[in-house]
Design a protein around this ligand. Structure first.
Ligand code: ADP
Ligand code: MG
Length: 319
């Protein structure tokens, strides 16, 4: 059986393109661009909680990095370096080859260097740390929404949650729908280009990982503001749009996690600039509501009536 060091050398070592020293020493060395702030984030994926243990390893490698890239996208930062801490029950060469190929392909695509990590035996668990750069004062923070801002969301909502609901037998999708939704769940594409394009335009941003209501709720709580959003203007994934009468579908739209779209706020007079940023990034953006003083999040139906919301986003420790 290969040693831990053989594994690291074979699957996780590549010549760094933008680090002074990459994998192989006691620490990596990086040289940030002078004057830039570092944006740093960690996200952990636990087998059975964040993914099915039988998921395709290349997709898992992709997703482990994608969810971290998404956090930097939500700050408007440019991703540059990543670390990978991996616990696994055994060293399965086929699994490792797939996992590292998925991870490193996405890293290449976003010009991120894998510069270090840790590899240990244990229940399958993947923790990635990502580092990126942002001009001082330009980060898209959760606490920076302003009363009067429009609320926007990128892409489509609910496909990933629909894939989960389908797998759990809570609703039935056609084979084609199931495969499209499963791609969204297993291979999310982080909205890095959009986050970058929104610097200087958006006030606040967050990535939708735990569901729209929960994540927009974080912006509201940290900004000390309220919002109204319109159910009919939410960009529902096509498979969802047909089924909005079904509770599982509405839950997927409002509270489904794992979409990794961006939810952000911007002054109404910047609406044209927001649309241009979406075009430049190749991602549709949809205006879904408005920020106001006060507290709370109201969802309005087509008749302008408040919708009773029992849906909540995902919370690992909620009772
Ligand atoms: P140490 O004992 O000093 O912690 P390790 O033996 O854990 O060093 O790791 C050796 C080198 O390999 C280090 O540079 C570490 O950052 C890197 N490394 C370990 N595991 C991974 C991994 N899964 N992905 C990328 N780099 C890794
Ligand atoms: Mg170590």
């Amino acid at each position: 059986m290969a040693s831990e060091f053989d594994l690291i050398a074979r699957y996780f070592t590549h010549a760094p393109r933008q680090a002074v020293l990459g994998v192989g020493d006691d620490a990596a060395l990086i040289q940030p661009q002078p004057g830039m702030e570092l944006a740093i984030s960690t996200d952990m994926l636990v087998a059975g909680t964040h993914f099915f243990p039988d998921v395709d390893p290349a997709r898992l490698g992709h997703k482990a990095l994608a969810v971290n890239l998404s956090d930097l996208a939500a700050m408007g930062a440019r991703p540059r370096w990543a670390l990978l801490a991996l616990a696994m029950p055994q060293a399965d060469p086929e699994w490792l080859a797939g996992f590292s190929a998925g991870f490193l392909a996405l890293a290449r695509e976003f010009e991120v260097d894998l510069i270090g990590g840790d590899t240990t035996r244990g229940p399958l668990n993947i923790a990635v740390t990502i580092l990126g750069e942002i001009e001082p004062g330009k980060a898209l923070r959760r606490d920076a929404a302003r009363a009067g801002d429009d609320v926007w969301v990128s892409g489509e909502l609910g496909a990933a949650a629909l894939a989960l609901a389908h797998r759990r037998g809570e609703l039935a999708l056609s084979e084609a729908e199931a495969s499209t939704c499963r791609d969204r769940l297993e291979r999310p594409m982080p909205r890095v280009a959009l986050g970058r394009a929104l610097r200087g335009i958006a006030n606040a941003a967050i990535d939708v990982s735990d569901g729209l209501l929960a994540d927009l709720g974080h912006i509201l709580a940290q900004s000390g503001l309220s919002a109204e959003i319109h159910l009919a203007s939410l960009p529902a994934a096509p498979a969802l749009a047909q089924r909005l009468a079904e509770p599982a579908a509405r839950r997927a739209l409002l509270a489904g996690g794992d979409d990794y779209e961006l939810c952000f706020t911007a002054p109404p007079e910047r609406a044209e600039a927001v649309l241009a940023a979406g075009r430049a990034a190749g991602v549709p953006v949809t205006r879904i509501g408005r920020i106001a003083p006060g507290a709370g999040l109201t969802v309005l139906d087509a008749a302008g009536q408040a919708v009773a919301i029992e849906e909540r986003g995902f919370d690992h420790f909620a009772a």
